[in-house]
Design a protein around this ligand. Structure first.
Ligand code: NAP
Length: 262
């Protein structure tokens, strides 16, 4: 076997089934495409049905395999049902990318209790809910890779984002706890902490803060590599964690932010 073939085999996801949450937009969409390009069947979970179906078409046009499942990741009923649906359709789950999330730019005084609960529910509790239903199937399969989306603001604080920072700090440490518990099951659990990525979520932040969008994005690009990220920057990191390239990596937290935290 040539060196090139050996490397391609290491990174290949041929025959693997990957669940991607928040797959209709931004980082989730970019990652679903990249994992499908690497050979995985992509199970796209999102609340946005038309966006999800459009994403399936985009992946099929790239020559990949994908199916959309409507799933509100904050609903235990939905998480259980769509996990069973994926098992029925593909009979295995190899990769889980817990990525759906929202941002709310408010401090503790301005945040209502309902807003606090909503952010924590989508960004943090949903990872518990879906993993709770998926991990038993990975255990039966004898292996699995789970990747959680944190944030630079899971490692440091940021202004007017109290619930968001709390939720993402939780994601970082939940990742470590899951990695410890499931190493014995040959399930690896890792976290990616993106910096500012050009997605609808980032544009929405400017609107929430009442700031000029162009100025907001220009300031976000002020980091060592001089630009904001694109979804593919995160998708490539997910591919690393999803593939055998990272076979001895678990409980790790990878910052992908153009040097912003540095
Ligand atoms: P995005 O473009 O807004 O995509 C998020 C997707 O998740 C949307 O399709 C959204 O649907 C969906 N979603 C929201 N609530 C959901 C729910 N309850 N169940 C299922 N799907 C749901 O955001 P993104 O920028 O790609 O963000 C993805 C992740 O990266 C988030 O966890 C975010 O915190 C994290 N992150 C992003 C950045 C950044 O700069 N973009 C930086 C650091 C971390 P709707 O559009 O219909 O709500």
């Amino acid at each position: 076997m040539s060196i090139k073939t050996r490397i391609l085999n290491l990174v290949s996801l041929e025959g693997k089934i990957a669940i991607i949450t928040g797959a209709a937009s931004g980082i989730g969409l970019g990652t679903a495409k990249r994992l499908a390009e690497a050979g995985a069947c992509a199970a796209l979970f999102d609340i946005d049905e038309s966006g999800g179906e459009k994403a399936v078409m985009e992946i099929k046009n790239l020559g990949g395999v994908a199916k959309f499942y409507r799933c509100d990741v904050t609903s235990s009923t939905d998480c259980k049902k769509v996990t069973e649906d994926v098992m029925q359709d593909f009979n295995r789950i190899d990769i889980l990318f817990n990525n759906a999330g929202i941002v709310l730019r408010k401090n503790i005084i301005d945040l209502s209790e309902e807003e606090w609960d909503r952010v924590l529910k989508i960004n943090l509790k949903a990872i518990y809910l879906l993993s709770h239903h998926v991990i038993p199937h990975m255990i039966k399969n004898g292996r699995g890779s789970i990747i959680n989306t944190g944030s630079g603001w899971g490692l440091k604080g940021g202004p007017n984002a109290a619930a968001y920072c709390a939720s993402k700090g939780g994601v970082v440490n939940l990742t470590r706890a899951m990695a410890i518990d499931h190493g014995k099951d040959n399930i690896r659990v890792n976290c990616i902490c993106p910096g500012d990525i050009d997605t609808p979520l980032l544009h929405g932040e400017a609107a929430q803060l009442g700031e000029d969008e162009a100025k907001f994005l220009e300031e976000a690009a002020d980091r060592p590599l001089g630009r904001v990220g694109v979804p593919e920057d995160i998708a490539n990191a997910v591919l690393y964690f999803a593939s055998d390239m990272s076979s001895w990596v678990t409980g790790s937290v990878l910052v992908v932010d153009g040097g912003g935290l540095a």
